[in-house]
Design a protein around this ligand. Sequence first.
Ligand SMILES: [Zn+2]
Length: 160
Amino acid sequence: MRLPPENLDGYTLLLLGKDCRISLTDEKFVRYDTQNHRLYLPQANAKTRLVKWLKENAKRILTGVTQTKAQEMGVSFKSVTVTSAKTRWGSCSAENAVRYSFRLLYAPKEVIEYVVVHELSHVRHKNHSPRFWAEVATYCPAWKTHRDWLKRHGILMEIF
Ligand SMILES: [Zn+2]
């Protein structure tokens, strides 16, 4: 994994944990070829278009996973917001407003699910007490592996 160059053509981005090669095109819209994991970006404002696309998809995917996990865990939350925060993958406010960095979209699905379970466990436990971690473990038994993945891939926070 390396930081993106000025010209994004040929750059390989991690998307849901899989390598995704970027090509710049003359097309008008961002196009994602799910089968071949290729992302086609319009030449003009490629980076701006990509970040917008990442944020939209992060919002859609993270909202879906949060709704599913909240139901499973029997908790309710106020809202889901996707931010550009570079210091944390997610957070949960006192009012249970959940926030995620759009860069979570780079991580594999299981890692995303861990962050969602982590934030939703804060609905009942506003701390990182043993009881909090016990709840995380109930809904995400492999949480340690996923947390380690995020620690090892801290560089992803620097991308865009
Ligand atoms: Zn936490």
